[in-house]
Design a protein. Structure first.
Lengths: 417, 183
């Protein structure tokens, strides 16, 4: 009799929160928490100068998000985890440089590198579309950046802005890949590109970001959905604080990695509602609002699975809790008028925690909710992937293209400037 | 061999789900009763308490209708506006008053009943007759609205089938939003 057959039957239980911990995970979580906490401290305490480099609060917040996403890479103690350690230390710096008005080139090189690694076919020789999207997004952004003047993060014209919006959607799509953990690191660069380009082409950003966001919600990709509606929200006049909140929610949802993390977008949705009410009615504003509502409705219908936490994800969950309860304390997002939200959220969380504690001590006090039929309106579809015969040629072509563009970028950065 | 560490899973089973829903009910009740926080947050909490996707759509539409009618999502502003101008269900144009009534009806229709329906009723009362209780008269109006809303939220689930109720609630929510935008 096999060991599996000898095991006693396990009663199926509906689990809402699962906790898994190892000693190595605790060490990794502590390291990640220290790195992310340092960046968060910079974000909360204003600009800091390091030599000739000025790290703005927004840049530090983006770096903090990158560090939290790096926490989701394979275990730092394993052989393939050495890259994770390198990314945990280096990638936030490149993100901070780009988001803070410094050189964009290091981040573009890193994005290209991550995309190349992600395009490497797995043992099954399959190439999910999400990985290909990452490569294509990196190529589009590299070309757009190289064709405009200056080496900083900006959209020089409508053509460049359009390319950056497309690159943002592709990179965010690649960041939602479930089978390729390092692809999540493309989430922050994608959001940066989208938020930079959206004000230049508001209608395009709102339509593309909104439609893609609802699509991402339909296939249960909460992080990508939030990131894409952040791009749409940035198209609203005075909507940049809301876009920052939604982008932060997207990054944290990507780090936490559960469907329920989509609730982190509530503060951003509230800020967006305030911005839409205070701004002139435009097609972009209406489209962004409809996109947020659509994502909320679709995700509410499709939300599945428990929240699985392990020590490396604890820092992201803690920052997510902060975002949910007191987003008004994040000055780096800009003026979002969230004082009322903060007061209400603090009271709501306090009473909810009190109820949970009381019902933990006296379980009999918890009444059973009335039974209602929960009918599923839409069924999740299988992930889209290229047929195997196209996988290797497509991966090779895309990899060659990215390597060529990376060389072009390095050449232009080193020789021509 | 299947080996599990002690207490590897938290909030497991029906009890965990019921406790989370109860926590959402308590939070929504606190926000609605004290008119604090944001109407969208209340909609999310009530959606979690209802535990139904279609019901959440109706609640979201009702919240957006309130947003469109009062120009703010802050519940203190909604209650303060009603204290100064008049109860939401009677003040303003016919479209504005109708928006408040339809939004309240949408909230009541989504109520799951029993104790879990109490915050739905209080929220519905806040939308129709929820002035800030800055005087005794306004406090009576507020209390009457809350009691009426609770009675409706407890009775409607017994009289209307759930599937029909949620779909009618979505229609009422959409109508409330249209009237709120047009008011």
């Amino acid at each position: 009799m096999s060991s599996r057959a000898a095991a006693p039957p396990v009663r199926a239980r509906r689990v809402l929160l699962a906790w898994e911990s190892t000693s190595r995970g605790v060490i990794a979580g502590t390291l990640i928490g220290a790195v992310a906490g340092a960046w968060l401290g910079l974000a909360l305490h204003g600009p800091v100068s390091v030599g000739h480099l000025v790290i703005t609060p927004l840049a530090a917040a983006a770096a903090c998000g990158t560090a939290l996403l790096a926490a989701t890479l394979p275990d730092l103690g394993r052989a393939d985890g050495q890259t994770s350690l390198l990314l945990l230390a280096g990638l936030p710096v490149t993100v901070a440089m780009a988001a803070g008005g410094g050189s964009l080139d290091p981040l573009l090189v890193a994005v290209a590198g991550i995309a190349v690694v992600g395009l490497w076919p797995g043992p099954d020789r399959w190439l999910p579309v999400a990985r290909l999207a990452g490569g294509a997004g990196a190529v589009v952004w590299l070309v757009a950046h190289t064709l405009q003047t200056g080496g900083r993060l900006h959209a020089g014209g409508r053509g460049t802005a359009a390319a950056m919006v497309v690159a943002a959607v592709l990179l965010i799509g690649a960041g939602s890949s479930g089978s390729h953990p390092s692809g999540r690191l493309l989430l922050v660069p994608g959001v940066l590109a989208g938020l930079t380009a959206a004000p230049v082409l508001p209608l395009l950003a709102a339509v593309v970001g909104g439609a893609a966001g609802v699509g991402a919600a339909a296939v249960r990709r909460p992080a990508a959905a939030l990131a894409l509606v952040a791009v749409a929200a940035a198209a609203v006049p005075t909507g940049l604080p809301a876009a920052h909140l939604l982008a932060a929610a997207a990054v944290l949802a990507g780090a936490v990695g559960a469907d329920v993390a989509v609730v982190l977008g509530v503060p951003g949705a509230v800020a967006l509602a305030t911005a839409v009410l205070g701004a002139p009615v435009t097609a972009a504003a209406l489209t962004a609002t409809a996109a947020v509502v659509g994502v909320a409705v679709v995700m509410a219908d499709r939300m599945r699975g428990p929240l699985r936490l392990d020590p490396p994800r604890v820092p992201a969950a803690a920052v997510g809790g902060w975002l949910l309860v007191a987003p008004g304390s994040w000055a780096w997002i800009g003026s979002a008028s969230l004082a009322t939200y903060d007061r209400g959220a603090a009271r709501a969380v306090a009473i909810a925690l009190a109820v949970l504690v009381v019902t933990e001590v006296w379980p009999d006090l918890a009444p059973h909710p009335p039974r209602r039929s929960a009918r599923v309106l839409l069924r999740p579809s299988a992930p889209v992937a290229l047929p195997p015969r196209f996988a290797v040629p497509a991966a090779g072509a895309a990899a060659v293209l990215i390597v060529a563009c990376t060389g072009w970028l390095l050449l232009s950065a080193i020789v021509l400037r | 061999m299947l080996v599990e560490p002690p207490r590897p899973k938290l909030l497991a089973g029906r009890t965990g789900s019921a406790r989370l829903r109860l926590a959402a009910v308590a939070a929504a009740l606190l926000l609605a009763a004290t008119s604090s926080g944001d109407v969208l947050v209340v909609a999310v909490l009530l959606g979690a308490a209802a535990g139904d996707g279609v019901g959440f759509v109706a609640l979201l539409l009702a919240a957006l209708a309130t947003l469109a009618r009062w120009g703010t999502s802050a519940l203190p502003a909604v209650a303060g506006g009603q204290a100064v101008l008049g109860a939401g269900g009677v003040y303003g144009t016919a479209a504005a008053a109708g928006s408040a009534w339809y939004a309240a009806a949408a909230v009541v229709l989504v109520s799951p009943g029993s104790w879990f329906g109490v915050p739905f009723g209080v929220t519905a009362g806040l939308l129709v007759a929820g002035p800030a209780a800055v005087s005794g008269r306004l406090g009576i109006v507020r209390a009457a609205g809350a009691v009426g809303g609770m009675a409706a939220a407890l009775l409607v689930p017994r009289l209307v089938p759930w599937r029909l109720a949620t779909r009618v609630a979505v229609a009422f929510g959409a109508l409330a939003l249209l009237l709120g935008v047009g008011s």
